[in-house]
Design a protein around this ligand. Sequence first.
Ligand SMILES: Cc1cc2nc3c(=O)[nH]c(=O)nc-3n(C[C@H](O)[C@H](O)[C@H](O)COP(=O)(O)OP(=O)(O)OC[C@H]3O[C@@H](n4cnc5c(N)ncnc54)[C@H](O)[C@@H]3O)c2cc1C
Length: 384
Amino acid sequence: MMDADREQMRSQVAALCARFPGVYWREKDRAREYPSEFVAALTEGGWLACLVPEEYGGSGLGLIEAAAILEEIHATGCNGAAAHAQIYTMGTVLRHGSDAQKSRYLPDIAAGRLRLQAFGVTEPESGSDTLSLATRAVREGDEFVINGSKVWTSRAEHSDLMLLLARTTPKDEVAHRTEGLSVFLVDMREAKGAGLDIRPIRTMINHATCELFFDDLRVPAANLIGEEGKGFSYILDGMNAERILIAAECIGDGRWFTDRAVAYACERRVFDRPIGQNQGVQFPIARAYANVRAAALMVEAAAQTFDAGENCGEEANMAKLLASEAAWEAGDTCMQTFGGYGFAEEMDVERKFRETRLYRTAPISTNMILAYIAEHVLGLPRSY
Ligand SMILES: Cc1cc2nc3c(=O)[nH]c(=O)nc-3n(C[C@H](O)[C@H](O)[C@H](O)COP(=O)(O)OP(=O)(O)OC[C@H]3O[C@@H](n4cnc5c(N)ncnc54)[C@H](O)[C@@H]3O)c2cc1C
């Protein structure tokens, strides 16, 4: 896509988001309600099908455009987390699914008739140590029987399908611990009440995240993605896409925080002058702005590397690290600039401040990224 087209796309997204002002998000936040109207508008606009190839009914855009869409959503004060996974979760099916799976699911995902926006990886016991996950899938005839649990499976109540990572061969029976994990496409509509129990978790943000319990859940073997035992490698490229897109959301948050801070610092008068005339107020905003701009360059580099089909692990992780920290710094600066009013719900700052904090922890926490860079990029000794 040409730069001018990308700019036009950003304006269209911003125009859609203008229909969902702060008051909409405040009410949803207070009631911990899913922003269905916003997600429906994004679906109708075709924005959630941006990465689905045209042959399946999507718009066949690159990650760089998907990143621009999510950045713009956040820069306008909206929150893409309710639907962002619909954009990238299908990538695992697209890249590793069979032709039958792709033609069965992708057109409906592209049209928004099917929601594939739940990704079940994290478990209560294993946490960041994904390779130690304990949910088991055991083959019985032409089905797999699944037992175990997941935690923090976001949007599980608002998704028709879930991508599930489970162990098909016990860890002590494989040569390397990355082997023996498999990815399944679970039809949540059939599974609910038939071996799958979903329990919402109330959190400090409105995020529709849940605990899942599997008790002899039967999944057709036809829903195994790719080869049995190779699931970990399949989800890795999907995780890189997720990290880059969430980093783009952080850039949007960073822009929103700095815009708000600048506007308030110019308008609020104390000691007979705008507070923004004081360098003690200006400098943190200027620094936050510079850090957001710098992180945005890394997000762009990561998206370009992904779109070029090259290994983007280093860039994707650095983009997520730098963008989540830049957004957090901008959020803290915005809170400080607003003084006491930063705490008032009606300013939206405290809500955005809570929301952006998530990305230092999920989908991967800062320490795990630093460990990746230290060990896989710089060649330092493994710590775990
Ligand atoms: C709102 C929300 C939504 C989420 N959505 C999803 C989802 O949709 N799907 C999904 O699968 N998961 C999801 N997650 C889970 C998220 O990816 C994990 O919370 C995150 O990866 C951290 O895992 P943990 O919570 O188990 O922390 P732990 O692994 O228990 O780690 C706790 C802390 O210790 C640090 N730590 C642990 N080990 C080390 C070490 N060896 N060296 C240094 N530091 C270490 C971590 O960095 C972290 O700061 C979500 C989480 C939240 C809060």
